[in-house]
Design a protein around this ligand. Structure first.
Ligand code: NAP
Length: 261
């Protein structure tokens, strides 16, 4: 299937590592020009180099996405470099463990800023350009935590719940412009973030085993590439009549009967 991404300019936040890295590389392999945004310039450059070494097109913009001015600068830098924006992948986020007991009002607001505000800010600043592009779309990366809870992570859970709500809200607001908005929900994907989280637990090996045992399809983690495959399809105009959808790429982890063997 030709996804028609040749020459499309797509921003991927957190595009240097984990799920974002896989999305950046898949988009580039499909012919898109990828703008990788993240706070660590060396990480960004490494992924840009990996893409260009394979003949792909990419650039990076250093951005701490919790800062509004960095979000605005990311959009400006993209337009300055390529003159247009065809798609936005809102992906950057981290399960930062700001809970009721181990948090504070300040930490909660900071978590929203790190996990939620930039999804809105980037969509807001990119909108004039997305409107000019034909068949543009926004793809958000959410989390199963919005459905299941996890405990001790109020800021992250609130952000991911809001991202699901904004998917429907933006899909409606942007109907007149034919801009589609969808969200992909991962559950358990091995990435640098996941590795840090599991290693923070008392018995990481045992915990990992108990998690994978509960993943119905294949008793294994989802790969970042499996998240990327769905994401790239949804950002492309081959999914031209799909909008406002929240799609779980999780081996059935969130919804299927736990008694299934
Ligand atoms: P990751 O391995 O940590 O990669 C995320 C990248 O985004 C990193 O380069 C990180 O930089 C960057 N980043 C995060 N917040 C940023 C900010 N505010 N400003 C600038 N850069 C920022 O994470 P991942 O596991 O791929 O997660 C990607 C997305 O998937 C997140 O939205 C996460 O909530 C979601 N998700 C993941 C899983 C999973 O199992 N992995 C499950 C459910 C949902 P640093 O390295 O400097 O932090």
């Amino acid at each position: 299937m030709n996804l028609g991404l040749d020459g499309k300019v797509i921003i991927v936040t957190g595009g240097a590592k984990g799920i974002g890295e896989a999305i950046s590389k898949s988009l580039a392999a499909e012919g898109a020009t990828v703008v990788i945004a993240g706070r660590n310039e060396a990480d960004n450059q490494k992924t840009v180099a990996a893409i260009t070494a394979k003949g792909g097109q990419a650039m990076q913009v250093k951005a701490e996405l919790g800062i509004v001015a960095d979000c605005e600068n990311l959009i400006d830098a993209t337009v300055k470099a390529y003159g247009k924006i065809d798609g936005l992948v809102n992906n950057a986020g981290a399960n930062d463990g700001v809970g009721l007991e181990n948090g504070s009002p300040e930490a909660f607001m900071k978590s929203l800023q790190q996990n939620l505000s930039h999804y809105y800010n980037l969509a807001h600043f990119a909108l004039p350009y997305l409107k000019q592009s034909k068949g543009s779309s926004i793809l958000n990366i959410g989390s199963k935590v919005a459905d299941t809870g996890q405990g001790n992570t109020s800021g992250y859970a609130a952000s991911k719940g809001a991202i699901n709500a904004l998917t429907r809200e933006w899909a409606v607001e942007l109907l007149p412009y034919n801009i589609r908005v969808n969200t992909v929900i991962p559950a358990e994907v091995w990435t640098p973030l996941y590795e840090t989280w599991i290693n923070s637990l008392p018995d990481p090996k045992e915990k990992l085993k108990s998690i994978t045992n509960n993943i119905p399809l294949g008793k294994r983690m989802t790969t970042a590439e499996e998240i990327a495959d769905m994401s790239v399809f949804l950002i492309s105009s081959r999914s031209s009549h799909t909008t406002g959808q929240i799609i779980y790429v999780d081996g059935g982890y969130t919804h299927l009967d736990r008694s299934l063997k």
